[in-house]
Design a protein around this ligand. Structure first.
Ligand SMILES: [Zn+2]
Length: 307
């Protein structure tokens, strides 16, 4: 083969390689593992894959897979929404992100490609860790280690195009619905993520959430009801108007103005115990306040003597 022809065929191969969609790559990888088990040689595997998918895979790709140097997932074990299965972990992540998470895309130039991120910046370390643990389970990766930023807040973030697609803002309730409403536990974990993110528990027993997304709060009322938790109103209630000055706890000194109207939803006192049992908080300061209230009301055994 002339140098030119060889370069040409290399180019062709390269082109074909880059257009291979993630999902197909994964299917081929699974077939590869299966065919290896059957003891087929690389050449036979290449032929078989060509026969099945009309795709020519390179020997170097196969040996990379075998040595686990490369993964067909390119670091993305869940390459598309089709691979994402409903789970309590995913529901929790969705709730936390819908609450106050960050979901963004970063465009890299030359060669142009996009990076996709989902993450949280929060006060409570246990919240960041819980979020990271659940992310790891959903994505089949090592848990990301939360780092502290200059405002002493915990930042936990991962790259995932799939979660980006699912949770990008403005959030599409219809898109997340099958994952959120998969079962009662998934609903409860979505709500826990949301209340960890945006919720409060006051000393007097009031539990609620504040958010600027009216539709999302309507959905939260619907979900709470679905698992037997009543709210104080049928609709979200105005908390404050856009333009109200506030201090962003994430950027200490500056005074900001609220960009949007904010609304709140609060749980009826008689549903507090159900909320505690089914939903609960990961965040310790919120959970303790709720527990103390329930103990004072005699709704939880007061075991403070034994602990
Ligand atoms: Zn479920």
């Amino acid at each position: 083969m002339s140098a030119e022809a060889s370069a040409h065929s290399q180019l062709k191969r390269k082109r074909r390689r880059t257009i291979l969609p993630g999902e197909l790559r994964i299917r081929i990888h699974e077939d590869f593992l299966e065919l290896r088990k059957q003891g087929l040689s690389y050449n036979k595997i290449i032929k078989e894959i060509k026969r099945r998918y009309n795709v020519t895979i390179r020997k170097s790709t196969l040996s990379g897979w075998k040595n686990r140097k490369h993964s067909p997932y390119n670091g993305i074990r869940i390459p598309t929404l089709e691979f994402l299965k409903p789970s309590e972990d995913l529901a929790y992540i969705a709730g936390a992100i819908v609450g106050d998470g960050t979901v963004y895309k970063m465009s890299i130039s030359a060669p142009r490609y996009d990076k996709f991120f989902v993450g949280l910046t929060v006060k409570d370390k246990e919240f960041a860790e819980e979020f990271g643990r659940r992310l790891a389970k959903v994505l089949g990766r090592e848990p990301p280690i939360p780092r502290q930023n200059k405002y002493s807040l915990w930042v936990v973030e991962v790259q995932s195009r799939t979660l980006y697609e699912l949770l990008k803002k403005p959030i599409d309730i219809e898109r997340i619905r099958p994952y959120v409403e998969h079962c009662e536990r998934c609903i409860a974990m979505f709500l826990r993520g949301f209340f960890d993110s945006e919720g409060y528990a006051h000393k007097d027993g009031e539990i609620g959430v504040v958010n600027t997304n009216y539709k999302m709060l309507e959905y939260v009322i619907y979900l709470l009801k679905k698992i037997g938790i009543e709210t104080t109103s049928e609709k979200p209630i105005l908390h404050h108007r856009a333009g109200r000055p506030f201090r962003d706890p994430k950027k200490t000194d500056k005074v900001y103005r609220a960009r949007k109207d904010a609304y709140y939803v609060s749980v009826r006192m008689k549903s507090n115990l159900t909320f505690y049992e089914k939903v609960g908080f990961t965040i310790e300061r919120k959970r303790k306040r709720l527990e103390e209230y329930l103990k004072r009301r005699g709704l939880l055994p007061n075991n403070s003597l034994t602990t």
